[in-house]
Design a protein. Structure first.
Length: 242
């Protein structure tokens, strides 16, 4: 993982990748009024170049882009960075939403959206993904070690590469080991909102986490689904915080 304790800029910098000129212009003006520095481009190739040149604090990406789509851009960014990403979908389509989250996005918004709610969601995500030294001890679960104070996870001694949100989700569940955590509770405690989000965001991130920490993601032993209730983190017998 990249350093999660970096200092905050005076103004958060947002990169908007949106092919509709009117929507992109409106987003730039509205988000600037909300106190952000905003840069905008119209396609994935330009987005990746601008991302590398400007190092934004958050990327807002429309899924439907000319040429390479927003999903391709998310995957490309995730190869080098854990920066928060929010994807924009034209409709509340489960396939688009899940595809965006699986491509590495931390959250999604659906057109049309209210700018105040989008700004609130951006602030919540930025706030939650700035992890500092909270004094929490390392948690050891078999060969899995979660270190909240270091922003680090290892498995069998090897570093596990997680996005900020994946890391926060794992910490939240590990710190509540053996307790059932509902999707609503995880949205509130990890993403920092409730009515803004839905369970698909949590489900997609759990799937991604399982691929990275479970010996066999198809038969998870750490993050167990409790049907109708949510998820439970189950440490191996006789393991826990230490």
């Amino acid at each position: 993982m990249e350093d999660l304790t970096a200092g905050q800029r005076a103004f958060d910098r947002i990169l908007v990748v949106e092919d509709d000129d009117q929507v992109r212009s409106a987003l730039r003006l509205a988000l600037r009024d909300e106190g952000f520095e905003v840069d905008g481009v119209r396609d994935a190739e330009s987005g990746l170049q601008r991302f590398a040149a400007t190092d934004p604090d958050l990327v807002l990406v429309d899924i439907m882009l000319p040429g390479a789509n927003g999903l391709d851009l998310c995957r490309a960014i995730r190869q080098t960075s854990n920066v928060p990403i929010i994807v924009i979908t034209a409709r509340d389509d489960s396939h688009d939403v899940v595809a965006g989250l699986e491509a590495g996005a931390d959250d999604y918004v659906t057109k049309p959206f209210v700018i105040k709610e989008l700004a609130a969601r951006i602030r919540a995500l930025l706030r939650r993904t700035r992890v500092g030294d909270n004094g929490a001890e390392a948690m050891r679960f078999g060969d899995l070690v979660v270190s909240p104070d270091l922003g680090k996870v290892t498995r069998g001694g090897d570093d596990v590469s997680l996005t900020r949100i994946e890391f926060l989700l794992l910490c939240e569940m590990a710190q509540n080991a053996n307790r059932v955590m509902s999707r609503d509770a995880l949205l509130e405690n990890v993403w920092g909102y409730d009515y803004f989000g839905d369970g698909r965001v949590v489900d997609a991130h759990v799937r991604r986490l399982r691929k990275k920490i479970e010996p066999d993601p198809s038969e998870p032993t750490y993050i167990v689904t409790v049907r109708g209730l949510g998820y439970r983190f189950e440490p191996p017998a006789s393991e826990g915080i230490g």
